[in-house]
Design a protein around this ligand. Sequence first.
Ligand SMILES: [Zn+2]
Ligand SMILES: [Zn+2]
Length: 259
Amino acid sequence: MIEICALASGSNGNCYYIGNDRDAVLVDAGISRRQVLERMKERRLDPAKVRAVLVSHEHADHFRGIRVLSKHLDVPVFMTRRSYEKSWGPNRPLSISYFDPGDIIKIGGFNIHTFLKQHDAAEPCSFRIEHEGLNVGVMTDIGEPCENVVRHFSECQAMFLESNYDEEMLWNGSYPEHLKNRVASGNGHLSNKQASELLEEYGGDDLQVVFLSHLSADNNRPEVALSEFERLKDRFLVKLTSRHNPAEIFTLNKREVAF
Ligand SMILES: [Zn+2]
Ligand SMILES: [Zn+2]
């Protein structure tokens, strides 16, 4: 069994909970310690189960709460050395375990597969978190799907998948030109269309749920993102996350194989 919950997801702050019956990890802390703990309480998730916080990359929307949260929980922070070196000093954690992209980290009952992705950070990584044959992907901040993303994607039974922007809203929106180009570039973010195509092509038959994640506040709307996945609703359960509230908890169980 794995329980997953997007405690916060969006271009202004991200934090994802992945737990089994004994242990849990958090991926990123781009909201404050207080917000993380409040949202865990709201969903009746136990902070005492958290064994570590993983950092995908050093951008503030993933990193700003790291130091205070990890200190409060008294757990180590796993991040790459290059992410650490590029991170903002005052937010750096006190207890660090470095990993190299490609490493498999064992924490509690989890095997955490780390892999590089395309994004404009020092050493941006995503994670596939495995427990007893169940796999949860945390795949946000992806300019375009590389080989790593595609390979791990197809192995997941649950997924936090970036669906950052609607292409029309971005290009017709108020962002300055250089920022529009950055967001849409191969080192920026996944559009709703790119995300739905990734799911269409590489979503496995045993993928039980996809949470649309890291929606832009300016260039997307929840209903616009959802509509892009409408054509896939017979194949996949697609749900939303929110920047304001914790998403619902999804409990991932092994499916019985029918003969
Ligand atoms: Zn980023
Ligand atoms: Zn981000």
